[in-house]
Design a protein around this ligand. Structure first.
Ligand code: FAD
Ligand code: NAD
Length: 473
């Protein structure tokens, strides 16, 4: 295998997070990084997750919006063109552009499976040989996450999120197990593509990590669009003849028969969307005396970032952490003062259903646990003319959660058309700890959906708005 090739940073996994880490750890320095990738540079997000799903969802949202805008006639979905758009946005599963970007930034790319093989050492299994690498500063695991498939479905070769985003054959009847983000978003595009969709949700609401009012609004919208949403629907059995891997996005066998709370549900395909877990298996942890469960107790030279870290499994969050860590480790390597990041940074998320659910920071329930005294303001989506103008069937709501002691917004949730583009204002307010009496002077333009902020601030008690608040009730 020869003498190890030495880099400052050896990064296993070239998803968005690995790429960002390598960029920020080397930019403007003499430090070197290598990215090891077993599939496509750009990772799950670029080819099988964020990009294809959003490429599919946007035309659907535009079409349904157009149907509720008097003055527009003839907006119609073209399924073939929709799938072609998806293929364009995933660059036809070709990562040349991202490899060129990495190499242009001075980052080496090695294709193969990377595994730890000793302290600061990684061995890469490429198509034709083993390559040994050594990290002067750190080995960075950015290996992402993998879907968790409950045992009951394992023998039925169900669809995973890759099949849903990479759909080629549209099943006439599709059951989706799960009520999280993947399940809700996939239900929208599979329904629009013509599947008769049944959602089998174990819990008593969709999107269990968001505000309950958001769960209700999304459920109502999914039901209105013709989706059968079944809550508290436990699947006890799953049978399928001729289960096989027919390729990504193709139907994986015969009919699927599910026993759901005593009822039989028969479908042509089953999508299992029951969550993801950090991809820590088969990365060679045992070679340095570690195992996935004890990963928190690892040496300084081994860094985890992105989905594999167990933090919020979101591209923007992983990339943020990669930027921060990259800059910090570069500074440490060069003996410069390390840039400091705040201890608490709020995590935003947008669920691209219709209506969209955009949230940041704490939910009301979490805020009540974290703060002694919390004030909540909630308004209807159509309370602001600019929001109502976006489509004539506008439904939704906006909510902010304010910590009375500091007068600052600690959480916000917007549910409505285009809500995703509104959330950054809330993120700035929460991250910047801007008191609401100051936010009053951030004037939203008329008539934009941002005027929801006016309505929200007007709903707060006067003392909070005026900034005369103490720690009183
Ligand atoms: C259907 C779906 C839709 C999503 N939509 C959104 C969205 O709209 N917005 C959002 O913020 N998040 C979204 N996410 C989450 C997002 O995809 C992840 O948070 C993001 O991809 C994490 O980036 P990452 O770089 O940590 O991991 P990944 O993107 O998974 O990249 C990890 C890379 O490491 C490689 N790898 C793993 N092990 C090895 C190894 N041993 N050797 C070499 N290479 C290896 C993998 O091949 C992969 O390319 C979505 C997820 C799903 C499933
Ligand atoms: N727009 C976005 O930002 C976006 C889109 C898609 C995915 N993602 C990310 O990907 C991650 C994974 O998404 P996901 O939807 O797979 O996970 P999730 O954690 O959001 O939802 C999992 C769902 O499956 C249910 N579930 C878990 N185990 C089950 C079981 N044994 N039987 C039946 N139901 C079960 C849960 O109750 C929950 O409803 C998310 O956490 C999210 O951060 C983000």
């Amino acid at each position: 295998m020869g003498t190890p090739e030495v880099f400052d940073f050896v990064v296993i996994g070239a998803g968005p997070v690995g790429e960002n880490f390598a960029q920020y750890a080397t930019e403007g320095t003499d430090l070197t990084a290598v990215l090891i990738e077993q599939e496509l540079v750009g990772g799950e997000c670029s080819y099988w997750a964020c990009m294809p799903s959003k490429a599919l969802l946007r035309p659907i949202e535009v079409e349904t919006t157009a149907q509720h805008l008097p003055g527009v006639r003839g907006a119609e979905l073209d399924p073939e063109a929709l799938l072609a758009r998806r293929d364009d946005w995933v660059s036809h599963y070709d990562d040349t552009g991202q490899v060129d970007w990495a190499e242009g930034a001075g980052i080496r790319v090695i294709r193969g499976v990377g595994r730890l093989s000793g302290e600061r050492q990684v061995t890469v299994e490429t198509a034709d040989r083993m390559v040994v690498l050594e990290a002067r500063q750190a080995v960075v695991l950015a290996t992402g996450s993998e879907a968790v498939v409950p045992e009951v479905y394992a023998a039925s070769a169900p669809w995973g999120s890759r099949d849903a985003t990479g759909v080629r054959e549209v099943p006439a009847r599709l059951a989706i197990v799960g009520g999280g983000v993947v399940a809700c978003e996939a239900a929208v595009w599979m329904n629009a593509l013509g599947s008769e969709v049944t959602m089998l949700v174990r819990g008593d609401r969709l999107l269990p990590r968001t505000e309950p009012f958001a769960s209700d609004l999304v459920r109502d919208a999914l039901v209105d669009s013709g989706i059968d949403v079944r809550l508290e629907a436990d699947v006890s059995e799953c049978r399928r003849d001729d289960a096989r891997d027919a390729g990504v996005g193709r139907i994986h066998g015969g009919e699927v028969q599910l026993t759901v709370a005593g009822d039989e549900v028969v479908v042509d395909e089953l999508l299992v969307a029951t969550g993801r877990q950090p991809r820590l298996a088969d990365v060679g942890l045992e070679t340095v005396g570690l195992e996935p469960r004890g990963i928190a107790d690892r040496p300084d030279w081994l860094v985890l970032v992105g989905d594999v870290s167990g933090e919020a499994p979101l591209t923007h969050w992983g990339k943020y952490r990669a930027r921060v860590l990259g800059e910090q480790l570069a500074a440490r390597a060069e003996g410069r003062p390390e840039p400091v990041a705040p201890d608490e940074v709020p995590v935003p998320q947008v669920v691209f259903t219709d209506p969209q659910v955009a949230s940041v920071g704490l939910t009301e329930e979490a805020a009540r646990k974290a703060c002694a005294n919390v004030v909540v303001a909630k308004v209807d989506w159509s309370s602001a003319g600019g929001a109502a103008l976006l489509r004539d069937d506008a439904t939704g709501a906006a909510q902010i959660v304010v910590d009375r002691a500091s007068g600052c917004v600690v959480g916000a949730t917007f549910v409505g058309s285009g809500a995703g583009e509104l959330i950054h204002a809330a993120t700035i307010a929460v991250a910047g700890r801007v008191p609401v009496h100051v936010l009053r002077h951030a004037v939203p333009s008329y008539p934009t959906a941002s005027e929801l902020w006016l309505r929200l601030l007007e709903s707060l008690p006067q003392d909070l708005r005026r900034g005369t608040v103490g720690a009183q009730d």
